[in-house]
Design a binder for this molecule. Structure first.
Ligand code: PBG
Length: 330
């Protein structure tokens, strides 16, 4: 006796919608586009430098001349925006290069806007690359002095706006940073300069390669007294709400992959456009595995970026932006 007569036939057959690419493409719920991406770039004060970052193969520290070439190719690929990180010629206790008129970022913004006026230029606003101690603001009693940092942040964003930045992205997780920045920009006439707030930024080990790239590792301790505890999600909603009230134009969750649940929850709790940062450690892990032949890099990249968008991000900051834009053009 055959058992097959006792096995019920399916009533519903979802496989019909997966049978071939035309139907799959019609029912696909999440689409990636080059316009979803913000490409992070590291600019150094040196001359004629294009130095590959060892832990981030394919990413470079660029001098301004090379940065200008790079943004042209970014624009050609249909990527609308870059976010700039600076490697200054000197560091000091308050990170003063970050707010000089001829600071590295200010020079870079001018050069990029000059070469590619239609590229949306976002500046990362922080102090860790500029302070000799590597923390995200001036210190008092061994920790970052929140309110003194706000005063310096105001100086930094105004100087970025004067250089021509379209949007500023404060990443230091200081209390009240969005309000301080909004009021500094408004009072100096830069009402049109937007704020992409790193509203929900965790104290994450996934930033390791970035700290090598930007030379921004803390010289003592860690960032747990200002960045969020990875265990907390409710607190993420509180941070997001505060930044909405303080006047952010867009919010960010960072990192992305271990925090897809947080992206989803912030997406559902607020109405602002939401960005997610696919950070350096997430990039490095894929690059390392691919270099060993253990994974199919192109497929993994598209799967990862799709997952971030599916979770609820409208835009993705990613070192894969150019690679993904090329794949999407094929
Ligand atoms: C702070 C900043 C960091 C990153 C972006 N902005 C590092 C940190 O908080 O230590 C990390 C980005 C990445 O890992 O790709 N200026």
């Amino acid at each position: 006796m055959s058992t097959s007569e006792f096995v019920p036939k399916p009533v519903v057959r979802p496989r019909r919608l997966r049978a071939a690419e035309p139907i799959r493409s019609m029912v696909r719920e999440t689409q990636l586009s080059p316009s979803d991406f913000i490409y992070p770039l590291f600019v150094t004060h040196e001359k004629q430098v294009r130095r590959e970052i060892p832990s981030m193969p394919g990413q470079f520290q660029l001098s301004i001349d090379n940065l200008v070439e790079e943004v042209k190719s970014v624009r050609r690929l249909g990527i609308p925006a870059v976010i700039l990180f600076g490697i200054p010629p000197y560091k000091d206790a308050e990170g003063s290069n970050s707010f000089q008129e001829d600071g590295i970022i200010q020079q870079a913004v001018r050069a990029v806007k000059d070469a590619e006026p239609d590229l949306w230029v976002i500046t990362d606003v922080c102090f860790c690359e500029y302070t000799d101690h590597g923390h995200c603001g001036p210190l008092k009693n061994g920790t970052v002095d929140n309110d003194a940092t706000l005063e310096l942040l105001a100086k930094q964003v105004v100087s970025h706006a004067q250089a021509g930045a379209d949007m500023v992205a404060p990443s230091g997780m200081m209390d009240g940073m969005v309000r301080a920045i909004r009021s500094a920009l408004d009072e100096t006439g830069f009402t049109g300069v937007g704020i992409l707030s790193y509203a929900v930024k965790y104290a994450s080990a996934f930033y390791g390669p970035f700290r090598e790239a930007a030379d921004s590792a803390p010289q003592f301790g860690d960032r747990r007294s200002y960045q969020m505890d990875p265990a907390n999600a409710r607190e993420a909603l509180r941070e997001a709400e505060l930044d909405v009230e303080e006047g952010a134009d867009m919010l960010m969750v960072k990192p992305a992959l271990s925090y897809l649940d947080v992206i989803r929850r912030v997406r559902e709790a607020t109405h602002l456009p939401l960005a997610a940062y696919n950070v350096s450690g997430e990039y490095a892990m894929i690059k390392a595995a691919a270099a060993n032949g253990w994974i199919d890099e192109q497929r993994i990249v598209m799967e990862v970026l799709t997952s971030i968008k599916r979770a609820g991000a409208d835009v993705i900051l990613t070192y894969f932006a150019k690679d993904a834009a090329k794949l999407l053009q094929q």
